[in-house]
Design a protein around this ligand. Sequence first.
Ligand SMILES: [Zn+2]
Length: 219
Amino acid sequence: MTTLHKIELTCPICFNTFDSQAVLSTNTFGGKATDFHERASGTQPLPYLIHTCPSCGYTGNEHEFGDGADPSPTIKDHILVFGELAPKLPAGPLAGSDKYEFAATIADWQGREPRRIAELLLRAAWCCVDEDDVEAERYFRRKAAWAFEEGLASYDGVDSGERAVLTYLVGELWRRAGDVKTARAWFDRVPGEVTDTHAQQWLVDAAKQQRDHPREWFG
Ligand SMILES: [Zn+2]
């Protein structure tokens, strides 16, 4: 079981104090999807790993709301001076995908590497699976794929040992976004990105499998 508990946070941007739900414990008994989405049995923990200030939209993990949190002036300008997130806050409860989209926007303002932004967009897509929002899921999968591609295209944007796994992932993101042709092109690049033939053989096999006879789950 995933268990949640209530925490109280103070926003380091607007100093609003609010309650949020955080993960006390979780599990990975729900299997692993072929886009590396690890599932818990019971409640999925992802939406509760980050928190959003309901007043200004600032979003981060518990640490980023902690005593030492000191968001850069750039972030403060975007959120407080220009008020760019607050108008996007939904009237009802915030979905996990909303929170990760905000986190990705803030990471972009911070000038974080494309692959880090890509990971947040991927998490937004994973949340959409549980939100039963196929259109938004595909939207975030495309955005994540583009951001991973940007990381792979930039000089030292991705460690050489990680290039094969991220190339596979871009293929899988396009496959799940419904673009089979682009997916195939990325799966076909995986063997050329392998740096350790023995340790990464599973990736070559997985890319071939997802290209020819795709599966939704590993194992
Ligand atoms: Zn705030």
